[in-house]
Design a binder for this molecule. Structure first.
Ligand SMILES: *Cc1c(COP(=O)(O)O)cnc(C)c1O
Length: 501
């Protein structure tokens, strides 16, 4: 299996090259030249445990990896000690037709662990195959969840260094504490006086600065990416859609292999739901993919009109990991649905950069609509959902998952569709304890850990030890810099002159 780019269809790279590079030189995103089918193998796959299934699916895409290399990566990532159980994801029933796929039982209590626990292993193997003797220097901009998951995934991984930048006032207190107390010899965390966009822009400037690249190359470092444009983050996410389907089959919620299901996915960068689309194209029986947004409803509007318009107000919401106006992974979907036309795709992406919007052709948006349903929930709807679902169904949803439930409710009232449905549950409610607690309780509490205690008393749901333990961990990182200082900060850490500073 070779890989090409959304902006250059004639490119042919190996999987290990694609994972090591992260993004294509001309700015496009890598994808496999074709999508492997498992339609004739559903019966055999349905009997596999999580890791066996993961090895099978990864092997269809990572064709320049050996069987042993894939086995080592999967078995090192998904362990009982990291994910509470031998199977890293859990299915919980909501009602007669809908179930939750809980993806947050990993080390950082959000779904990003599903990919970021395995990516460092995939990257290490890829770098060896590419005979790259440089250390991989991974710079991350985060609004909270990706940063912590990347730190935890890459901590003490040989030949890697990871530095995370987060907006000083743009993450939840729990997220800030998770990052500031991070352990490991090869990690760094730095707060930036600015917003998330400033940190993202700062990193792009470092990535594209030839002088910095050269200085760091001579010091033994090459840049790599851990955000969701890397194919190595998308691929592991395909597995749990198959696993969820087979769990429903094994539980009798699906009568026959081949019966269709819906997936509801709370969406920001379009990575998680794109993995569901890949699963569908591989032969997983899917009826609709339901794309749930918060008040930053750029995808809802795109799915209904065919125009993607980022020129709009940006809202800070109770579901911060979905506060995004440029959903990078949509580029991969549009490439696939526009007849794999890299010129057409490039022109849309150029228009987005220059004019802040683009409109796709009739066929492409018709293709999107035949598979995707899009809608959104604002913060007050989200709060109502958390309260109602807790009181009526005894399920405590985090703010992101609640957006998905709310959008599913809108879908049902519009369509009366009774297809069995899986809702992706993407974070522990304790990670967003303030907004979750205030949805079901009127008492005013100031301290985050007192809120955790109160939420446990009210719901009986045990908080993860990783959350409780934060209270007693030493803060290792308290540096705050101006946004103009990001380049010097990176150089001070990794250039040879650092001993002189
Ligand atoms: C990142 C994130 C999302 C959005 O996922 P995308 O792949 O960016 O669409 C949803 N919920 C939580 C909790 C997240 O951390």
């Amino acid at each position: 299996m070779h890989y090409k780019s959304t902006r250059n269809s004639s490119l042919r790279l190996e999987a290990s090259q694609v994972i090591a590079k992260g993004i294509s030189d001309e700015g496009g995103l890598f994808l496999p030249v074709s999508i492997p089918s498992v339609v004739s193998e559903l019966e055999a796959l349905s009997g596999m445990n999580y890791n066996t299934l993961a090895k099978k699916i990864l092997s269809l895409y990572l064709t320049d990896f050996t069987k042993e290399e894939i086995e080592c990566c999967v078995d090192a990532a998904y362990t009982k000690s990291k994910f509470e159980d031998v199977n890293p994801v859990q299915i919980k029933k909501l009602n007669a037709t809908a179930s939750f796929l809980e993806l947050w039982h990993g080390p950082t209590c959000a779904f990003k662990d599903m990919a970021l626990q395995i990516l460092p292993h995939l990257l290490t193997v890829s770098l060896k195959k590419q005979k790259q003797d440089q250390k991989a220097l991974i710079l991350v901009a985060t609004s909270g969840d990706t940063g912590k998951a990347a730190l935890e995934g890459f901590k003490d991984v040989e030949n890697t260094e990871v530095v995370v930048f987060y907006p000083e006032n743009g993450v939840s207190p729990m997220q800030k504490l998770q990052m500031a107390t991070q352990e490991g010899k090869n990690v760094g965390v730095c707060a930036v006086k600015g917003n998330f966009d400033d940190t993202q822009t700062g990193i792009k400037e470092i990535f594209t600065n030839d002088e910095i690249k050269k200085t760091l190359y001579e010091a033994g470092y090459s840049f790599s990416s851990a955000n969701s444009i890397n194919w190595g983050r998308l691929l592991p996410q395909i597995v749990y859609y198959f696993y969820a389907y087979f769990e429903l089959y094994r539980n009798g919620e699906i009568k026959a292999l081949g019966d269709k299901v819906n997936f509801v996915v709370p969406t920001g960068n379009f990575g998680n739901i794109l993995a569901a689309y890949y699963a569908m194209q591989m032969g997983l029986p899917v009826n609709k993919l339901i794309c749930a947004s918060n008040a930053n409803r750029v995808l809802t509007d795109f799915i209904s009109t065919g125009t993607y318009d980022k020129k709009r107000d940006f809202y800070l919401t109770a579901s911060p990991s979905m506060d995004i106006l440029v959903s990078s992974n949509l580029e991969r979907l549009l490439y696939l649905l526009s007849g794999e036309d890299s010129e057409k795709l490039s022109s849309w992406m150029t228009a987005l950069g220059e004019k802040g919007e683009y409109t796709v052709d009739e066929d492409t948006i018709a293709g999107v609509k035949s598979i995707f349903y899009g809608n959104y929930c604002d913060d007050s709807e989200t709060e109502d959902v958390i309260k109602t679902v807790f009181e009526n169904e005894n399920y405590l949803a985090d703010t992101h998952t609640a957006v998905a439930i709310g959008v599913y409710n809108k879908y049902i009232s519009e369509t009366n569709d009774n297809t069995p449905t899986v809702i992706a549950s993407t974070a522990s409610p304790y990670k967003f304890v303030k907004d979750v607690l205030s949805s079901i309780d009127n008492q005013v509490i100031d301290d985050e850990f007192d809120m955790v205690t109160r939420l446990e008393q009210l719901t009986g749901l045990q908080p993860q030890a990783q959350i409780i333990d934060l209270k007693n961990k030493a803060v290792r990182f308290d540096t705050v810099i101006e946004k103009s200082e990001m380049q010097n900060y990176v150089l001070s850490l990794f250039s040879p002159a650092k001993d002189d500073l």
